[in-house]
Design a binder for this molecule. Structure first.
Ligand SMILES: [Zn+2]
Length: 159
């Protein structure tokens, strides 16, 4: 993340080196705090990396790194929230199949304009190309499935 030009700025006078507790990965409590603080100053308060660096007694390169780490962490969190356990979706699906005569996964795949093998992989019935069963599926894909079954996406929550 750190660029060669940025890391040379006044590195001797201030905290340029990655933290020794977490090796600069930003995972220890004090880095987590710095990371959030830097992110807030840059993203919420609109300070430049240089201004933030000055205020936090860090180098701009370090600030850039902290902000990037915080952004990654938030992306990951968002991603996690947008996923749903395939097990829950399978339970829902099987319940629907049970109560709907003639319904099966081939039929459902057809509704969704997918091959059954792709549906089975997406929902963890079959291992994926990497040999592992999918344990999570995106909320959007799960919603499409529920809608294809003529149900409302929020009904999935009740499983
Ligand atoms: Zn640390």
């Amino acid at each position: 993340m750190r660029t060669a030009s940025a890391s040379t700025t006044r590195a001797s006078t201030i905290t340029a080196e990655p933290c020794s507790r977490c090796d600069g990965r930003g995972t220890c409590p004090s880095c987590a705090q710095r990371r959030k603080h830097a992110w807030r100053l840059v993203t919420v308060d609109g300070l430049s990396h240089e201004e933030t660096a000055e205020r936090m007694h860090l180098t701009p390169a370090r600030v850039r790194l902290l902000v990037a780490q915080e952004r990654d962490r938030q992306d990951l969190e968002r991603y996690r929230l947008n996923m749903i356990a395939t097990e829950r979706v399978r339970t829902f699906l099987e319940h629907e199949i049970e109560r709907t005569p003639g319904l099966n996964r081939a039929e459902i795949a057809h509704y969704l304009d997918m091959k059954q093998i792709d549906l089975d992989r997406q929902l963890g019935y079959e291992p994926g190309k990497n040999g592992r069963r999918q344990r999570k599926v995106g909320i959007e894909a799960a919603s499409r499935l529920v809608i294809a079954l003529g149900r409302a996406p929020h009904e999935l929550d009740g499983c």
